[in-house]
Design a protein around this ligand. Structure first.
Ligand code: SF4
Length: 254
């Protein structure tokens, strides 16, 4: 029988027991950076997807051994210290998937809100799309914007890029719908490096059916060809149609 891929909701359950202990989450790095015009970043460990182009796969695939556990207070303190030192007004959790440790994440966002800084939630949207209560929980924050990073432009492309069951693609779209239903500001960032011409327009049409602002704010995402990413793509026999060379990354993304 043909293998259709893993269920990212089941993967989430398994991973939660590895990268979260009570309200603590495993992280491997805290840093500043020029994304979004300057942002303090906490890089977490653990993801419910297995994207073939993932720049963080070396961390993602060792969730038991990379980094250490941090409380929400430790995370927000580190982020606020970086933001103050560098003059940033924004912070984020990146690296792997922030939503796995939900209570922990809500505490961090709340502490950042209390310090009057903005929080950008970068997520693959799987959990937020699977259950509306995630979006409801986020709606209480005034300092939040959600960037839903969509893997490919169709269920089949999603399956090829992530190895997950194709239908999980729709959780990402549902995440945007759930967030907008609860008046949480959000936009789609779509990995289009591997996309056939024409598929982007089809996806935009699906997004327009949810809300036309999602088309206006559509962000195209391209893979960065770091050597460890190229290694994974070669192993999977997948070639991007368009990508950034590491020495040609736009200045604002460094
Ligand atoms: S969702 Fe992000 S962190 Fe997770 S595997 Fe894909 S690219 Fe990596």
């Amino acid at each position: 029988m043909e293998r259709r891929g893993y269920d990212p909701l089941k993967t989430s359950e398994v991973l939660r027991n590895i990268v979260c202990i009570e309200n603590r989450r495993r992280y491997y790095r805290f840093r500043g950076g020029r994304w979004y015009g300057g942002i303090a970043t906490a890089d977490c460990v653990g993801c419910n997807l297995r994207c073939v182009f993932c720049w963080g796969w070396q961390v993602r695939d060792k969730p038991r051994s990379v980094g250490r556990f941090y409380t929400p207070q430790e995370v927000s303190r580190n982020l606020l210290q970086i933001a103050e030192r560098k003059g940033y007004t924004q912070v984020r959790i990146s690296g792997n998937e922030p939503t796995l440790s939900w209570g922990h994440l809500l505490e961090v966002i709340g502490q950042i809100e209390a310090a009057n800084l903005s929080f950008i939630l970068e997520t693959n949207g799987i959990l937020i799309g699977s259950d509306k209560s995630y979006a409801r929980d986020l709606s209480k924050f005034s300092n939040l914007h959600v960037r839903v990073s969509i893997k490919g432009t169709s269920p089949q492309e999603f399956h090829v890029l992530t190895g997950a069951v194709p239908e999980a693609f729709y959780f990402q779209l549902k995440a945007l719908e759930n967030l907008l239903d609860y008046n949480v500001t959000a936009h789609p960032a779509v990995m289009v490096s591997f996309t056939e011409p024409g598929n982007v327009e089809r996806l935009k049409s699906m997004l327009a059916d949810i809300d036309k602002t999602l088309v206006a704010e559509f962000e195209e995402e391209y893979v960065f060809l770091y050597p460890h990413v190229v290694k994974q793509l070669t192993k999977a026999g997948i070639r991007p149609r368009k990508a950034y060379a590491p020495d040609n990354i736009p200045e604002e993304l460094v």
